[in-house]
Design a protein around this ligand. Structure first.
Ligand code: MTE
Ligand code: MO
Length: 199
């Protein structure tokens, strides 16, 4: 994989300030977690990408901090129908983390500390569309919002933005994650209102 400079800039500011169908705007920042908030100290934090052939690439916190980051401003859309405009983040684009990862996989299954998973096509993590985010609104990302670090993939419903992210498995075959396996849409595009399987 290589960094595509076109998309690297093109999608970093995904702010339309327009509501997708069926959404309403909120100015708060609701917390939605399926279980307890895991405690992950920086010195214990690791992020691992495992390819379809089993090769693993692991970064610790200091290595993540040493990578080039971006400061995207994006709109968030939760499947429970709230949207929040203009949220400001800092994070490392997945393009940077995956640049030296040899893979022909088409799918990704994202894992969190605490066992949450979510799936998406690998291409939806690339070309400036997704980050491992560790700062929100000028401060370290709060634990309830996914700190130390969460996936941020704002062009899909927010359940795809796994909090407390610990790794990504690259897969030849699509594999449903936590919400996808209980009836939520496999892809989850808010603009096409893909909330549930069959939408
Ligand atoms: N690990 C983990 N990530 C998660 C969740 C979760 O329960 N566990 N909930 C998802 C859902 S449904 C939403 S809407 C967002 C909520 O993010 P927030 O709590 O920062 O608003 O996180 C997503 N990421
Ligand atoms: Mo959600």
């Amino acid at each position: 994989m290589s960094i595509v400079s076109r998309g690297f800039h093109g999608r970093a500011r995904d702010t339309r300030h327009t509501l997708p169908p069926g959404q309403y705007e909120t100015t708060g920042f609701p917390v939605l977690s399926a279980g307890p908030t895991p405690v992950v100290p920086h010195d214990a934090w690791q992020f691992t990408v495992r390819t379809e052939t089993g090769t693993e690439h692991t970064w610790n916190w200091d290595q993540l901090m040493a990578l080039p980051s971006q400061t995207p401003t994006v709109d968030l859309h939760c499947v429970t129908k709230w949207s929040k405009f203009g949220t400001q983040w800092q994070g490392v684009p997945l393009d940077v983390l995956l640049a030296d990862v040899e893979s022909g996989a088409e799918y990704a299954l994202v894992h969190s500390y605490g066992d949450y998973t979510t799936n998406l096509p690998l291409e939806d993590l690339l070309d400036g569309k997704a980050w491992i985010a560790y700062r929100y609104d000028g401060e370290d990302l709060a634990p309830e919002h996914g700190g130390p670090a969460r996936l941020l993939v704002p062009h899909l419903y927010l359940w795809k933005s796994a909090k407390w992210v610990r790794g990504i498995r690259l897969l030849d075959e699509d594999e449903p994650g936590f919400w996808e396996s209980v009836g939520y849409h496999d892809y989850g595009d808010p603009w096409r209102e893909q909330r549930y399987q069959g939408d």
